[in-house]
Each structure stands twice: as C-alpha cells, then as structure tokens.
Design a protein around this ligand. Structure first.
Ligand code: G16
Length: 531
C-alpha cells in the first residue's frame, strides 16, 4: 500500500491540537514553529499532486515573504510555475487539519481516490526556502514527508520564491517547444541578464540603482544577477542585505514597509536625482521611489509599474489607486478588469488576454503572453529591417519577463529597460498621473473568518450590516472609497481607504477601522482615533 509508512513518519511531526490551518492567499502562513506538521503534510500532498500530473515536477517553497521573521509559510507550485490549482487548496487544508496520524493516511487515500491518482507513478518535487530562522526545521519536516512517499526530491537551497517558480517551469518544459531555460540559479541569471542586455545595449547607460533587499534572500541573489550581467548597464548598490542577524528581515525596510508607510526604508538616505527600489523578504514584490528637489518622498508602486508596462489589457485589484484605474481607462484607453487579491486570481484573468499585464498595488505582478500572442510573434514575417528589429525586441522582452509569477528581479530589469529606452527618470515616469492619497490599516479581530466579501472583495456580505456602515461613512468624503477584507496571509482584517485629500483619506480609514473594531469583535488596541 502506498501510504502505509505515513502514520509512522507523521508521528514525528504532531499537529498542535488547538490550531486550524487554512491554505490562504499564498499558501499556509503562521508562526514558524507552529508549521512543522503542516509542512510535513504539504510534502505528502506534493507527491500526490506530482502523480496526478503524470510525474511532472511540483515545487514546494518555504517562505512567509513580506511577513515578520517569526512567521513562516509553505506553498505548492504547479508544473508551469504557476500557483497551485485552486481546487486542490481544500485538500491542503483538510490534510493540514487531520487530527491523528491515521487520519493523515486516510485523507491521502481519499484524495488519491477522488482524483483517480495512479500512485505507482514516481513523484518528483523541487523545493527551496528563504532565509528565515525556522527554515531549516521546516525543511527537515518537508524532507520527511517526501521520504515517506519515496519522492524523487531536489533541494534548490536558499533562493527567491520566483526563482523556484522559474526552475519548476524549466524542469517541466525541458526538451519541448516551450522550453523555458536552464533549471538552475545560473540559468536564471543568464536568461534574464542576457535578455536585458539585448534590449538596452547601445542606449544611454543608467545611473546607479539603489536596491533595498529587506535583509532577505533578494540580497545575495541580486548580487549574483549583477555578477552575471557584469555590465555598466546594470550598476547597483544593495542596501539592507544582512541575512545573518536575527530580527532584521522586513523590519523597517522592504517593499511592504515602503508601500504601507509611504516612506523610504531605514538604512537608505534618499538623494534627489537618485534611483531607488525595494524588494520584499522573498523578492517577489518590488516598488520604486525617489526624492524630489525639496526632499519629498515619491512612491512608484505596482499600479505605476502596470501603467508603465501596459500596452494591452491589464488586471488590477481593489487596492489599485483610483487614479491609476482612470489613467489606464481614460488616457491609455485600455481595458482593465478587477480580480480578488492574490496573484493566483490576477494571473488567471491575465491569461485570457493576448498580452496581459497584472500588478497588485503592493508591487507583485508580471506580464503574460498567451499562446495566440506567441503564435502571432512566431509567424510574423518582417517586411523591413525596422519590423525585424521590433520582432526581435519583442522576443527579448518575452525572455526578460518571468511569466510564471511576479518577480522582483525580473520586474526590476523590465522597468529599467523601459526607462532606459524612453530615457526617463523616475520623476518622468511619475508624471503620468497623481495618486489619490491612500491608507491601508490592519484591525485585529476575534474571528476574521466572519468577514465574507463579494465584488472582487470590495463589498462585505458578512458581518451583517457592516457594509452599510462603511457605505455611510464613505459617502461623507469627496472621491472617497474604502473596503474591508480579511487577510489571507496574516491574522488580521485589512481596511483600505482613499479620498481627495490626505486629511480626508486618513479620517476615512480610521473611521472605517474603528467601526470594524467596534462592530466585529476588535481585539487589542482600537485603531487610533484620527484627530
Ligand atoms: C501575498 C500574495 C499577494 C497578496 C499579499 C497580501 O504576497 O502573493 O498576492 O497581495 O500576500 O495578501 P493578503 O492581503 O490576503 O494578506 P506575498 O508577497 O506575501 O507572497
């Protein structure tokens, strides 16, 4: 029987009785030391997922990305490097919550039956982790899960999340017409670095790009990318690169900090005319920023990246600043659609477009070329040297983009390419439109599962009556917009607000957050009253 060894292995990684796990926005996320049983079980499920895909390689990434260092997480990556098919998320949650070691075996049997899995197929898994202190413990648990089901497993070490997505896609497409590249770190750097140079060489060289690496895995990885590119066209200085000292990851730095606080990270002094960007802890998000002559901070977030890149349709979430949506529709005259938060939702919408651009405001996104666009490019016959050059540049552009998932390093090279080709400074790019003032707050409540939403998460359907309260508050503010949704990566409810002025925006955000706290079981400190 394929699963007979499972209970014995499972006994080494007992599930804490009082915790219920849920596969959320980007897999399981919680305090690292509470995740051992879950990561072990994800290893088991990765094996079944691989068998259900006729032995293609499935990825397992251990990371909690932008979250605090004490947190950790784990997610599965499907064969083309995309997020796990959503119908399997329920299996993940069920397995993670199985009460006993025997139940773990029963759930596996149930999944194998439901999905008609041939368990004699050799399962293959590629795994990696970020720099978090709980990483080695969780990696050990994962390896036990893989061993229990005799999986052919490869450890890719400490790499960025998008690098593992890339590697999984490379492994499963090797030797086919869709071959994506060499499934190694070196192959990743060579692919993206050479595409970048093909696009920018011969143009004017950019000035230094200052990178805040959030004291995470992006620091060593972007340095390796720079060594591989080895050109004055990629001249970087890496800040917040301490991955050794405990307590530094994502603290007062990184893309999430910069976006949420709308200020530069600690450890970086902004000089007017300088060029800056921040990665998050696992290097799947990026935001840019600069200081103007008066020293004022200006943020170029995922919305701004989308408008820089968009030549075709785009996908946004409710967090997209209202000004960016108006700019895409009214000035670029491009269609834009809304999806729920989480790149897994945006990715699927973008797949429906010929060239689909999707970015979350937090800096997580990419560009997808669907098969019809690739066929058109393949069949295009140039009738002039200029057309031949344009086609060649489009191929290089496609090679520059990590289509499997949002990727800070690939996105950074994409933005640099566009800025170099247009000869734009960050301030030039920023001119396109002015963001409405916005604010994102967190409210801790007793039970965030009571928060249910519809309309791409912009409208609450539960708790009963709360949406009416939000609507009545919003109505008082010119250009006001606010929504409330439960986070899928943290134990909190998020409140987003934007309005015509900074004062109105903050008042709106804190009033809505206060109403959530009062009417839906707020815990701890009430969101500070805005005066
Ligand atoms: C993850 C997801 C993103 C999402 C973010 C916040 O980011 O990949 O798509 O926007 O969480 O999600 P939530 O508001 O549900 O907590 P990351 O960078 O942490 O992987």
């Amino acid at each position: 029987m394929p699963f007979t060894k499972v209970p014995e292995y499972s006994a080494k990684h007992p599930k804490p009785a009082d915790i219920t796990y849920e596969y959320g926005t980007a897999g399981f996320r919680t305090i690292g030391e509470n995740l051992e049983s879950t990561v072990f079980r994800v290893g088991l499920l990765a094996a079944l997922r691989s068998q259900s895909k006729q032995g293609q390689v499935i990825g397992v990434m251990i990371t909690a990305s932008h979250n605090h260092e004490r947190d950790n997480g784990v997610k599965l990556i499907d064969p083309l490097g995309e997020m796990l098919q959503q119908s399997w998320e329920a299996y993940c949650s069920k397995l993670a919550n199985a009460a006993s070691d025997a139940d773990v075996q029963s759930v596996l049997e149930e999944v194998a039956r439901a999905e008609k899995i041939d368990t004699s197929i050799k399962a293959k898994v590629a795994y990696a982790r970020d720099t978090r202190p709980s990483g080695p413990l969780l990696q050990g648990a994962l390896e036990d899960g893989l061993e229990a089901l005799n999986v052919e497993a490869t450890n890719y070490g400490i790499i960025s999340t998008p690098q593992l997505h890339y590697i999984v896609r490379c492994l499963n497409t090797a030797g086919t017409r869709a071959a994506y590249g060499e499934p190694t770190e070196t192959g990743y750097n060579a692919k993206y670095g050479s595409a970048y140079l093909r696009l920018v060489e011969g143009k004017e060289k950019p000035t230094t790009l200052h990178i805040d690496a959030a004291n995470g895995v992006g620091a060593p990885q972007v340095r390796k990318l720079a060594e591989s590119i080895n050109s004055p066209y990629f001249n970087i200085e890496v800040h917040n690169h301490d991955t050794e000292t405990l307590g530094k990851l994502n603290i007062d730095c990184g893309a999430d900090y910069v976006k949420s606080n709308q200020r530069q990270p600690a450890g970086v002094t902004l000089i007017p005319g300088g060029r800056y960007c921040s990665f998050d802890g696992d290097a799947d998000r990026i935001v840019f920023y600069y200081a103007d002559e008066a020293g004022r901070f200006h943020l170029l977030d995922g919305d701004k990246i989308a408008t820089l890149v968009a030549t075709s349709a785009s996908v946004q979430t409710a967090y997209a600043n209202g000004s960016s949506t108006s700019f895409i529709k009214d000035s670029l005259k491009l269609p834009t659609v809304f999806a729920k938060t989480g790149v897994k939702h945006l990715h699927h919408e973008a797949e429906k477009m010929a060239i689909g651009v999707y970015f979350e405001a937090n800096g997580h996104g990419t560009v997808l070329f669907n098969p019809s666009a690739v066929t058109a490019l393949t069949n295009a016959t140039p009738t002039s040297p200029a057309q031949a050059d344009a086609i060649e540049r489009l191929w290089a552009l496609r090679d520059l983009i990590n289509e499997s998932v949002g990727d800070a390093m690939s996105d950074m090279l994409l933005v640099e390419t566009i800025l170099i080709c247009k000869q734009w400074t960050l301030a030039d790019w920023d001119q396109a439109y002015t963001d409405l003032p916005s604010r994102l707050l967190k409210v801790v409540v007793n039970d965030r599962s009571v928060f249910q939403t519809t309309n791409a998460e912009q409208t609450l359907t539960s708790p009963a009556g709360l949406q009416d309260v939000v609507d009545s508050i919003v109505a008082k503010f010119p250009k006001g917009r606010s929504f409330v949704r439960p986070s899928g990566t943290e134990d909190a409810v998020r409140v987003y607000a934007e309005a015509a002025t900074r004062h109105d925006c903050d008042q709106l955000a804190y009033t809505v957050a206060g109403a959530v706290f009062d009417k839906a079981g707020g815990r701890g400190e009430r969101p500070a009253e805005f005066l």
